[in-house]
Design a binder for this molecule. Structure first.
Ligand SMILES: NC(=O)c1ccc[n+]([C@@H]2O[C@H](COP(=O)([O-])OP(=O)(O)OC[C@H]3O[C@@H](n4cnc5c(N)ncnc54)[C@H](OP(=O)(O)O)[C@@H]3O)[C@@H](O)[C@H]2O)c1
Length: 322
């Protein structure tokens, strides 16, 4: 089968399309024939080496497709089931992958494979951030970075539905209308050096929570946006990892709380995974969240997908078609 693999870390050029043999699924695994593959910013961290992975390796954690073969101990799925996954094993950038049966969820009939592949990782992230890491309350004004991105578009719609007043950030003026159409009441451009003072004009006392996936470039500014005893949710590094810092900064800036969460720890058990997926699929089915797939590439063009993500010109979700 065709698969994207890397033998070394680096830029998008290290992604190689190869012909590889996929072994039969292990006893508790299922072979999923992919119809749509989700592209996520975390894939660029694995590719660049920011998140180290043993090499050589496949890439990608998320896909939707059809069950094609079952390990002998699998009882909860059958051949032909439509399923999706978003916690690997790494190797979703391929025509098929062997996935642990308890990391798969069945795709509801009213949700397409494309929407499932575009939303499982990003939408379940929005779910745990807004409902479990720092549960937003009606009337709260919150700051959500990269508001027009994959996680951002879903999260800002959902946060508005939960009653929050969302201040979103984007990196270019072209993205402002999209962010406003998808839940943001206010949109700030982080390329404007005064974005923090603009936030303080909207929320003079600061905001109770910042959801920051940009990392290095926004770290200091985000802390300056928080109200006393506010919560910094640092959940990504699109601009680079947050550098080492003195914990005392959290006291100086207002007895702040800091958490650095990952989806994996919010979907540890099959039950947690299913409940999170059910909540997301319900939000999509009821129209609370509209998932936008705004970039599509063929599997062979995975390099172009990564170049696009780094360009900061993408909006919503990006998928690969095998
Ligand atoms: N911890 C978790 O559980 C978890 C789970 C899923 C995703 N994430 C994180 O959430 C973020 C969003 O993921 P996504 O897949 O939906 O990606 P995305 O938001 O579609 O793309 C990343 C966005 O980050 C912004 N950005 C700011 N500085 C950047 C830079 N120097 N280079 C590239 N982008 C930059 C860009 O938007 P602007 O130009 O508009 O600023 C860009 O569109 C990522 O940081 C990802 O690692 C974390």
């Amino acid at each position: 089968m065709k698969a994207i693999r890397i033998a070394k870390t680096g830029g998008p050029e290290v992604l190689e399309l190869q012909d590889i043999e996929l072994p039969p699924p292990g006893p508790v695994q299922v072979r999923v024939r992919h119809t749509v593959i989700g592209v996520n910013f975390i894939d660029t961290y694995h590719r660049s080496g920011l998140y180290p992975a043993p090499l050589p390796t496949g890439l990608g954690l998320e896909a939707a497709g059809v069950v094609e073969a079952l390990g002998e101990k699998v009882t909860n799925l059958k051949i032909g089931d439509r399923v999706a996954y978003c916690s690997g094993p790494m190797g979703a950038y391929a025509e098929a992958n062997n996935v642990a049966a308890d990391r798969l969820v069945k795709i509801p009939a009213n949700i397409s494979d494309e929407i499932a592949a575009a939303s499982m990782l990003k939408g379940m992230t929005a779910q745990y951030l807004l409902k479990r890491t720092f549960p937003v309350k009606p009337g709260q004004t919150i700051l959500f970075h990269a508001a027009a991105g994959g996680v951002g578009l879903i999260a800002c719609q959902w946060a508005k539905h939960l009653g929050a007043i969302v201040i979103g950030t984007v990196g270019s003026e072209e993205k402002v209308p999209l962010a406003k159409e998808n839940g943001c009441t206010h949109v700030l451009n982080t390329r404007d050096a005064n974005w923090v003072s603009r936030l303080r004009e909207i929320a003079p006392d600061g905001v109770p929570v910042v959801y920051d996936s940009i990392g290095k470039d926004t770290w200091n500014g985000s802390l300056d946006c928080l109200a006393v005893r506010g919560t910094m949710v640092s959940y990504g590094n699109a601009s680079g990892a947050v550098p080492a810092f003195e914990p005392g900064i959290l006291s100086m800036k207002g007895s702040l709380y800091l958490t650095r969460p990952t989806l994996m720890h919010y979907t540890r058990t099959a039950q947690e995974l299913q409940e999170t997926a059910d909540d997301l699929f319900a939000a999509i089915s009821s129209g609370i969240v509209k998932v936008q797939v705004n970039q599509r590439f063929s599997l062979a063009d995975a390099r172009a997908a990564h170049v696009a993500l780094h360009s900061r010109k993408t909006t919503g979700a990006t998928v690969l078609i095998p």
